[in-house]
Write a protein that binds this ligand. Structure first.
Ligand SMILES: [Zn+2]
Length: 324
């Protein structure tokens, strides 16, 4: 072996020692990890921060529900295919499934809430207390959390239009509108101010209380989040997220060219992840093929047509995936 070869090897070894660790740390920092809780619920984390979006894990059985189990799901319970949990009515007091939450959430720095319906907000009082997370939401959301005794220092009331810098991310709050439920007849202008409501709340007392979207800018990715199948088009002009959590439930078919307008105004995001498409009245592990066939598949066809370079990721309950 010549001296020249030895010195090149030494140089490579030196470079590895000096920069190898840095390069590794850098790429690790650029990963965003996503975990889908069902409904509009997400955990998104980078190296520094864990953010929850509308985390709703209790999945209360409300009225008639499907009892079919998906045998292919990794989260399928092994014993029974029947949902024999308590059957709730809208006038019942809401109760979080704390065992399930403790099992699946260990840490949260921030919680973002799109609106105050039970499938977005009802587990937040318990999760905020358990994790000490700060919560960002509308006046109605914050009034409900104050009623549940969440510390004021951890609460941020917003109306849409704010653009806040925090230590490791920034967030632009976007005014939005709720899904056109009831074949476009849905409308509710009720809001809660501080002191208007007492805890615990009945399920029906989780009112919408106006709707928001969030543009969360992490170190390496801009994520646009949705909690409904609706948006105010002019509010999204020019924001260019690279990751879009797109609301794709059935009510989007009430809208004028929903998929096309959404994808165009957000500048054809590189990654699009369908959200709020599952049946959240059944436990994890139950059959969700209706949502995949009737909601996600037609959406993927549209994306292929409008934005062939976008990648659509179909999320599975409680399974983490990384984007870098
Ligand atoms: Zn809602």
């Amino acid at each position: 072996m010549t001296n020249k070869v030895i010195s090149i090897q030494a140089l490579i070894f030196f470079l590895f020692l000096t920069f190898g660790k840095e390069v590794y740390a850098q790429s690790d920092k650029e990963n965003l990890t996503f975990k889908y809780f069902g409904a509009a619920g997400w955990q998104i984390s980078d190296k520094n921060t864990t953010v929850l979006i509308d985390p709703y894990l209790s999945r209360l059985k409300l009225g008639e529900t499907s009892i079919k189990l998906n045998p292919n799901s990794s989260s399928a319970p092994s014993t029974s295919s029947i949902d024999n949990r308590k059957n709730y009515k809208r006038t019942d007091y809401f109760q979080s499934d704390t065992t399930l939450i403790n099992k699946n959430i260990s840490k949260a720095d921030f919680i973002f809430v799109h609106h105050s319906h039970f499938d977005h907000l009802s587990d937040v009082p318990y999760i905020a207390k358990m994790t000490g997370a700060k919560v960002i939401g509308t006046e109605t959301t914050i009034s409900i959390l104050k009623a549940y005794g969440i510390e004021e220092d951890n609460l941020y009331t917003v109306r849409g239009g704010e653009d806040y810098q925090f230590e490791n991310f920034s967030v632009r709050v976007l005014p939005s509108i709720h899904s056109a439920l009831g074949d476009k007849h849905y409308f509710n202008s009720e809001i809660y101010k501080e002191g208007d409501i007492e805890a615990p709340l009945q399920i029906k007392q989780f009112i919408e209380g106006t709707s928001l979207m969030f543009l969360i800018r992490f170190k390496s990715h801009k994520v646009l989040t949705m909690g409904s199948m609706n948006f105010v088009e002019r509010e999204l002009e020019g924001i260019k997220p690279d990751i879009l959590l797109a609301g794709v439930n059935m009510s989007r078919f009430n809208m004028y060219k929903y998929d096309e307008r959404l994808i165009r105004v957000t500048n054809f995001p590189k990654i699009i992840i369908p959200t709020h498409w599952d049946n959240f009245r059944v436990p994890y592990g139950f059959d969700q093929s209706f949502g995949i066939e009737k909601k996600i598949k037609p959406f993927i066809e549209k994306v292929k047509e409008i934005s062939p370079n976008s990648k659509v990721i179909i999320p599975e309950h409680l399974k983490s995936f990384k984007i870098n």
